[in-house]
Design a binder for this molecule. Structure first.
Ligand SMILES: Nc1ncnc2c1ncn2[C@@H]1O[C@H](COP(=O)(O)OP(=O)(O)O)[C@@H](O)[C@H]1O
Ligand SMILES: [Mg+2]
Length: 127
């Protein structure tokens, strides 16, 4: 998934655990592909993004990027269908990726949350 992303060299992967997941691999792939693609697309293009897996039952997958020119999305609307932050309109997208990722996370019994910070924008999947 990372190798097939738009900029694999910017992805820093940290595996703190190797959880055994019994889940729908195709849905999980859609979720992770969306999160990694967003971090590479909207994050500062000169900086790496961080993908970190930790814990087991539940495990946490955190994907973080420093904000890019489009800034940080609005926490109240980020998982709404068709939402795009105002300054993201110059970049291609349809505003459906996070809506789908959030819905798929729930279908898998997990939870996708948005954790914005001043220096890092993070999305966390817990399942
Ligand atoms: N990792 C991220 N860093 C900064 N902004 C983000 C990130 N992920 C999503 N966003 C913002 O949230 C909006 C919605 O994302 P998404 O649902 O994936 O739609 P799309 O990528 O098609 O615009 C994006 O348009 C962007 O403004
Ligand atoms: Mg997207």
């Amino acid at each position: 998934m990372i190798a097939a992303s738009r900029d694999p060299q910017r992805v820093q992967l940290q595996l703190d655990s190797r959880p055994q997941l019994h889940t729908d691999a195709k849905l999980l792939r859609v979720i992770l592909t969306n999160l990694i693609d967003n971090a590479l697309k909207y994050g500062d293009p000169t900086q790496p993004i961080q993908v970190r897996l930790s814990g087991d039952q539940p495990c946490q997958l955190r994907i973080c990027n420093p904000p890019g020119p489009a800034g940080a999305p609005d926490a109240e609307q980020v998982f709404e269908k068709y939402y795009r932050s105002p300054r993201a309109h110059g970049l291609t997208g349809s505003g459906q990726g996070l809506y789908i990722a959030h819905a798929f996370s729930q279908m898998l019994g997990g939870e996708l949350s948005y954790q914005p910070g001043a220096d890092l924008i993070c999305f966390q999947l817990r399942m």
